[in-house]
Design a protein around this ligand. Structure first.
Ligand code: ATP
Length: 268
């Protein structure tokens, strides 16, 4: 029987990441309310949600930056919930945090080298820095400059480059479009698609910018107030009236629409 390339490469078809019924609190505040989803290996998955929906908390819970009180997270079949962030990185997951968080006083080159701190194959680091410069040519030009002197877009590129330097099998990105012009957002998502296709890195991107995320990713989940309310291929999600209206702004919803959305219990 013919099989797809993905099935041939990974016959077990085990998801690379499995999040099951997680609940995460900040003090008494329940931020994530029983979220479950799986990410197939090699996929490009997005989680869409408004401000405060819980997108960052999901990524922080996966990477050990926030403790979960309930549920489990498995990466390549191994439990990673409530492990130290450092351990999670060494296992093969790399986070590009919201707001980039590059080391401001270090040069671009040193920021990239810092990203490689978990690696043993130090002989490949120079080749991988070259690869980052190939993805983001403006970083090559700025290689010796302090990261704080870069533009917002370049800092985002540096944050992605630094995450790549740990040679991850999976990258998590927290709102990479934040504060960037539409042109730069387009450039960054084009490179993310290349990283996914050429290097086979599995991507999980949380975004408020539904338009670019739905166009680039292949599978999407919609998160509302700490719960996943819809999951489908991005192609199918883009056809749904609710997504068009509230995330893509393709219908005149306005304030009335927003109120209706908040009241609605069932998504279609
Ligand atoms: P944003 O786009 O604003 O980052 P988000 O979807 O990533 O939104 P989270 O940052 O995960 O949302 O926040 C989820 C909920 O948890 C929100 O209600 C937020 O106010 C709350 N929250 C987040 N961080 C903390 C914190 N450190 N202490 C208390 N509450 C928090």
């Amino acid at each position: 029987m013919p099989t797809s390339a993905a099935e041939t490469a990974h016959p077990a078809a085990e998801p690379i990441l499995k999040v099951a019924n997680i609940e995460t609190y900040y003090g008494p505040i329940l931020a994530i309310r029983g979220v479950s989803f799986s990410v197939p290996r090699g996929e490009f998955v997005t989680i869409l949600g408004a401000n405060g929906a819980g997108k960052s908390t999901i990524l922080k819970t996966i990477t050990g930056l926030a403790d979960l009180q309930k549920g489990t997270v498995h990466f390549e079949g191994k439990p990673i919930h409530n492990r130290d962030p450092d351990v999670v990185t060494r296992m093969g997951i790399s986070l590009v945090p919201e707001g980039r968080e590059v080391f401001p006083f270090l040069s671009v080159l040193d920021n990239l080298k810092m990203g490689a701190y978990v690696r043993r194959d130090t002989d490949r680091i120079a080749t991988d820095i070259e690869q980052v410069f190939e993805y983001f040519p403006s970083l090559r030009k700025a290689a010796r400059r302090a990261a704080m002197s870069l533009s917002g877009g370049e800092q985002q590129m540096l944050a992605i480059g630094r995450a790549l330097m740990s040679n991850p099998r999976m990258m998590l990105l927290d709102e990479p479009s934040l504060g960037l012009s539409p042109r730069l957002v387009g450039e960054i998502f084009t490179i993310l698609a290349r990283i996914n296709a050429e290097r086979g890195v599995t991507l999980l991107v949380v975004e408020q910018n539904a338009s670019v995320a739905l166009k680039t990713a292949r599978i999407g989940h919609v998160l509302e107030m700490g719960r996943i309310v819809m999951s489908d291929t991005t192609e199918a999600l883009m056809q749904k009236e609710d997504v068009k209206e509230f995330y893509l702004g393709l219908k005149a919803g306005g304030v009335r629409g927003t109120r209706r959305w908040k009241r609605r219990k069932t998504w279609r």
